[in-house]
Design a protein around this ligand. Structure first.
Ligand code: AMP
Ligand code: MN
Ligand code: MN
Ligand code: MN
Length: 284
């Protein structure tokens, strides 16, 4: 398979912080011309069977997917896993453990927001949650928009939910090694998600790429809804420098919130090794 493929290997459903069901996403991906799809919910693979079945129904090739939250150099980094066996207990148990802290974190976020006069945020956020094990900052953001505190979700993150702001609660996620291992132990391939989004120094970024590679990570997202065109070039160069394959994905969450729709991205450059070439045997 060539790099000229409309692959969308990063998006979210109601099983994490997206607003569409896996079935609706499969239909939307197909309608948008996607040729190979993966649903990558945060820290959760409960939607994988539904997504694979829906993909088959609409005639769309499918790879299993997940996006794992990791703490690296005191920052949250996301590692996408593709093509793993979603029934293997090593990944299901690892993810269950890492999801565990979300409930407590949400209660603490709510208590902090109450101190700045925003009451009932936990209960409010819960109304937007599709999966009780997966309450995320996005659900708080939707509640704060609905209740008129902010105009849109980026404003909520800017004013309340990022480091140093009143509703931010630091959290320790899985380690980089754990995330890469859960994915690769189960036959999958680990991908550094949207590297352009982390606020790392050049040294920290170098450490992330080298350690990721040392743990068995094999790819990096180059073309993503979170990158600017100049970052496509930067991370294509990083992929080549570190001998990593390249991935492509919109990171679509919702028709109302996401600026990049499923499948609506430039193709990967022909000089990169696309992840789907390494995962040909895992495509359903
Ligand atoms: P959590 O895993 O609960 O920390 O939530 C992280 C999610 O919040 C990400 O996956 C994004 O969907 C969303 N998010 C993070 N930063 C922003 C932002 N600045 N604007 C809008 N959404 C954001
Ligand atoms: Mn998200
Ligand atoms: Mn992410
Ligand atoms: Mn994502």
């Amino acid at each position: 398979m060539t790099s000229i493929l409309n692959a969308d290997l990063h998006c979210h459903s109601v099983v994490s912080d997206g607003t569409l069901t896996p079935e609706a996403l499969a239909l939307r991906a197909k309608a948008n011309g996607v040729e190979l799809w993966a649903l990558t919910d945060h820290d959760e693979i409960g939607g994988q069977l539904r997504a694979a079945a829906a993909a088959k129904e609409v005639g769309l090739r499918y790879l299993t997917g997940v996006e794992i939250s990791v703490t690296f150099a005191n920052e949250t980094v996301h590692i996408v896993g593709l093509g793993f066996d979603a029934t293997d207990p090593r990944i299901t148990e690892g993810l269950q453990a890492t999801r565990g802290g979300r409930g407590q974190r949400a209660q603490e976020m709510s208590a902090q927001l109450a101190k700045v006069g925003i009451h009932g945020a936990y209960e409010g956020a819960l109304r937007f949650v599709g999966n009780p094990e997966l309450i995320s900052r996005t659900h708080f953001a939707r509640f704060l928009v609905e209740s008129g505190v902010c105009r849109d979700t980026p404003e909520v993150f800017r004013k309340y939910l990022t480091d140093g702001k009143p509703g931010f609660v630091p959290h320790r996620w899985a380690s980089l090694q754990q995330a890469v291992q859960w994915i690769t132990d189960c036959g999958g391939l680990a991908v550094i998600a949207h590297p352009g989004r982390y606020r790392f120094t050049a040294n920290e970024q170098y450490a992330l790429f080298s350690e990721f590679k040392a743990h068995g990570g094999q790819a990096v997202e180059v073309v993503t809804g979170s990158h600017s065109p100049s970052e496509y070039v930067t991370y294509a160069d990083m992929a080549k420098e570190f001998g990593l394959a390249a991935s492509r994905g919109s990171d679509f969450h919702s028709p109302d919130e996401s600026h990049t729709d499923l499948g609506a991205l430039p193709y990967l450059s022909g000089e990169l090794t696309p992840v789907w070439e390494l995962l040909a045997h895992r495509i359903q």
